[in-house]
Design a protein around this ligand. Structure first.
Ligand SMILES: Nc1ncnc2c1ncn2[C@@H]1O[C@H](COP(=O)(O)OP(=O)(O)OP(=O)(O)O)[C@@H](O)[C@H]1O
Length: 221
């Protein structure tokens, strides 16, 4: 979609081009302990734009810029939801959070506790099953199979966050005979562990009521 001159002035210039990669910045609010120590914000979003100022003489432009009051829902709808729609049309999509420790990556991806509206993962799960429901109801598709894995790469070690009893153990990334990276979630875990994982997914679905009565794999929950 071509951008107007006003968009360009407001820092939305990257939207002139149709790009497959978008970069968003999110500024988290100061934490109570930071307020107690009289820390102050050094990064600010220019209202109505996708630009931020740092200290305050340096200006940076992104595809999206969210200030401390942005909700999880706002971030999801602007940055992630369009990707989920393309995902169900058969395209690949990747979302990753990058930032120094304490900058809000876990909060954005996984959510921030009981009172929070949920992070990207919860929103994606909700929408994936919602869209699949629509497609099933309109007979666009007969059956839907959803596979899911939840891995963490930390300090060069891969952990399977759905395999809770053994998630301290590092998984190995393996190459097949042609040098392709194998599906390590299948090759590194024994069948017993796979079954264990199914139980964990089952418990997780039961704890997340919005997922109940949805078809996961070939099982009905
Ligand atoms: N947008 C936000 N609104 C309110 N609190 C937030 C927000 N983002 C982060 N926080 C809070 O800031 C703290 C640090 O965030 P978080 O743990 O997500 O950082 P992180 O980048 O994942 O850190 P690490 O790399 O050390 O794991 C947490 O207490 C979190 O609840």
């Amino acid at each position: 979609m071509p951008s107007s001159e006003a968009d360009v002035k407001q820092g939305k210039s990257s939207r002139i081009f149709e790009v497959n990669i978008q970069v968003a910045v999110r500024i988290r609010p100061l934490l109570p302990k930071e307020l107690l120590r009289h820390h102050c914000e050094c990064v600010k979003v220019i209202p109505g734009s996708a630009q931020v100022t740092v200290n305050p003489d340096r200006l940076f432009t992104f595809d999206h810029a969210f200030g401390p009051s942005a909700s999880q829902d706002e971030v999801y709808r602007a940055c992630i939801q369009p990707m989920v729609r393309s995902l169900l049309d058969g395209y690949n999509a990747t979302v990753f959070c990058y930032g120094e420790t304490g900058s809000g990556k876990t909060y954005t991806i996984s959510g921030g506790g009981q009172d929070d509206e949920g992070g990207i993962i919860e929103h994606v799960a909700r929408d994936v099953f919602g869209y699949l429901d629509e497609k099933l109801k309109s007979n666009e598709i007969d059956v839907a199979t959803v596979h899911m894995s939840y891995l963490e790469l930390y300090m060069e070690e891969v952990r399977d966050l759905l395999d809770l009893p053994t998630n301290q153990k590092g998984l190995n990334v393996r190459d097949d005979i042609n040098g392709n990276t194998a599906d390590f979630s299948l090759s590194a875990l024994k069948l017993k562990d796979e079954l264990n994982k199914c139980k964990v997914i089952h418990n997780w679905i039961n704890q997340n009521s919005f997922l109940r009565n949805k078809t996961i794999g070939h099982g009905e929950y």
